[in-house]
Design a protein. Structure first.
Length: 304
């Protein structure tokens, strides 16, 4: 089951306790349905939980009966209302005039309460929404072929402090989120708290993995840098010793030279701790720089 299907199944488990919210959720389903007009209503879904939710929802909201048809070969279920009296009941409940209206415009009078607005958006998502799984890049979208309706719903969402983006795709208009926080807020508002939590958890895990990877990469880079520096120091020291001997270095630096040559893989901190007496890491670094300077100078003199 896809993440979208799991999210819709979660939403379909929400009980409809208030009649006004039942009307609002059904209204969202209708506006984004396959067909919604005075000649007939048709809702098509591949979600079995939604197909089971619609009949009792419409019975509570409008007092009408909806009977799902057999599932098609493509796994889609169609729910239709063709009875004229039942359609009139629905239109009357939603504030539309029979035959003389634009059904694909939003009537905000039906969704005045905050709970009803959330139920309305839940109906829209159940009808025409999709959301990518937490393991993928965040993408939640709701599509419709009715441009004006899409703009009106976007205006409603903005009033509710939701911030969707608007786009068109061929004949479709869509509202979408690509930011995890925006998608989480929307899912939480419509009642899909578990889905929102999964997205949030996946985001935290991804951030943690990225942080660990950055740290590992940084540490690896530091090890390589230190190894290259040690190799360069050893090469210069040995070259100077081969050509000029130990006399070129002051006696006070002989211990440091021995430590460096005897343990090429040791870090500056490890070498500093081995000194007698132990010295600080900056102190050892200063000695090595002095040794390299002397070694390079001795090598240069030999060449000249």
């Amino acid at each position: 089951m896809s993440f979208s299907s799991e999210t819709k199944a979660e939403l379909c488990r929400i009980p409809v306790s208030r009649g006004c919210c039942a009307v609002a959720e059904a209204y969202g389903l209708l506006l984004y349905a396959h067909a919604f007009s005075h000649t007939g209503i048709s809702m098509v879904t591949s979600s079995e939980p939604l197909a089971k939710r619609i009949p009792p929802l419409f019975a509570r909201a409008f007092g009408v009966s909806v009977h799902p048809q057999e599932k098609s070969a493509g796994g889609r279920i169609t729910l239709q209302i063709t009875d004229e009296m039942q359609i009139k009941q629905i239109f009357s409940a939603l504030g539309y005039d029979w035959k003389y209206h634009m059904s694909y415009h939003l009537n905000r009078n039906v969704i005045e309460e905050d709970c009803c607005r959330s139920a309305f958006l839940r109906g829209i998502f159940l009808s025409a929404g999709t959301v990518a799984g937490p393991e993928k890049k965040t993408h939640l979208e709701i599509t419709t072929s009715h441009h004006a309706l899409c703009r009106e719903v976007m205006s409603l969402m903005l009033d509710m402090d939701l911030m969707p983006k608007f786009a068109t795709r061929k004949t479709l208009s869509l509202l979408y989120w690509k930011d995890t926080a925006g998608a989480e807020d929307f899912l939480t508002l419509i009642g899909a708290q578990h889905a929102a939590m999964q997205m949030m958890q996946a985001k935290v895990e991804k951030q943690l993995r990225n942080k660990v990877n950055r740290r590992v990469n940084c540490e690896a880079a530091n090890v390589i840098k230190a190894s290259n520096a040690a190799a360069e120091q050893i090469a210069v020291i040995r070259q100077a010793l081969n050509k000029s001997g130990w006399e070129v270095f002051p006696d006070s630096l002989h211990e440091t030279i021995h430590l460096r040559l005897d343990d090429p893989a040791a870090s500056l901190s490890e070498l500093a701790a081995k000194c007698n007496p132990p010295i600080s890491k900056p102190g050892l670094n200063h000695r090595l720089r002095r040794i390299v300077t002397i070694a390079k100078a001795a090598t240069q003199e030999e060449k000249e």
